[in-house]
Design a protein around this ligand. Structure first.
Ligand SMILES: Nc1nc2c(c(=O)[nH]1)N[C@H]1C(S)=C(S)[C@@H](COP(=O)(O)O)O[C@H]1N2
Ligand SMILES: [Mo]
Length: 257
């Protein structure tokens, strides 16, 4: 429904952005933070800015009309909203999913789902907070602490940050090494106590508990140690790189971790 769509936030009263500052409801229309930021970016990879809103609407149209059951996983599921910056994302699973850990590490690695499952898992339960305003209470995530993967790969002394890549081929995220090593940052295999489904970024997504949900990259495919923070997809479009819930993006939400 359109009134279930953040596109309609400002006129339709989605309850998204309370004060008009910060993330606002612009994320869904692909124009985070402000029009000036967007205008400044036109000509610099603006395809994503233009494509965003159209794609979000296309997804909603699919959710309304698609009889195949795809809509099950789209907006409405427990308060979560479906996000993707690409029109479609390939499905990957047991046979073809891999996570590479590379960059400034001693031992680059490629892990399959079974490899990730074989490592010690941690389960965390925190609220999820999207920068556009919606919040989902007490959501369990479970997976491998990112720090364990970094330790296994052996971060070289010059490593300062981590860049995350996704198999949608478009989304990226970033953390400082210090943030990445926090014990509430997971390479998550489970969400809501079930394996993460495709719509929520499965089979593996990043989970950064204390930060706005845009940090929790879906369809995670690479973890690359870098020497500097390389701002991620939304961050190049204006979102804060240090995305602490309640202390960034001009918002004052209660912390999630
Ligand atoms: N690959 C990828 N990861 C992503 C996004 C995206 O568009 N693509 N959107 C982010 C944003 S803004 C949010 S709020 C959450 C939404 O997760 P959900 O679709 O499981 O609700 O995913 C984050 N991770
Ligand atoms: Mo978001």
């Amino acid at each position: 429904m359109d009134d279930d769509n953040e596109d309609s936030g400002r006129s339709g009263g989605s309850g998204g952005d309370r004060d008009g500052s910060g993330g606002g409801d612009d994320e869904a229309r692909g124009a985070p933070v402000g029009r000036r930021v967007v205008l400044g970016l036109l000509g610099l990879g603006a395809a994503g800015v233009v494509a965003g809103p159209w794609l979000q609407r296309a997804q909603d149209a699919v959710a309304r009309n698609d009889p195949t059951g795809l809509s099950r996983a789209l907006p409405g599921g427990g308060g979560f909203r479906y996000y993707s910056v690409t029109a479609s994302v390939p499905e990957r699973g047991e046979d073809d999913y891999t996570l590479t850990v590379d960059g400034l590490v001693e031992r680059p690695a490629t892990l399959r789902l079974a490899d990730l499952r074989a490592l010690p898992q941690r389960r965390l339960v925190h609220d999820v907070q999207c920068v556009t305003g919606w919040r989902v209470p007490a959501t369990p995530f479970e997976g491998v602490p990112l720090s364990a993967l970094l330790d296994a790969a052996g971060v070289r002394p010059e490593g300062r940050a981590v860049r995350f890549g996704c198999f949608d081929g478009a989304y990226t995220e970033s953390l400082t090494l210090e943030q990445a090593r926090r014990d509430d940052v997971l390479v998550a295999l489970r969400m809501q106590d079930t394996p993460i489904g495709h719509a929520h970024g499965g089979p593996v997504r990043l989970y950064v508990a204390p930060m706005y949900f845009y940090k929790s990259a879906k369809w995670l495919s690479s973890v690359t140690v870098t020497d500097t923070v390389r701002p991620g997809y939304w961050e190049r479009l204006g979102y804060d790189v240090d995305a602490w819930v309640g202390r960034s993006n001009g918002r004052d939400d209660a912390p999630t971790s």
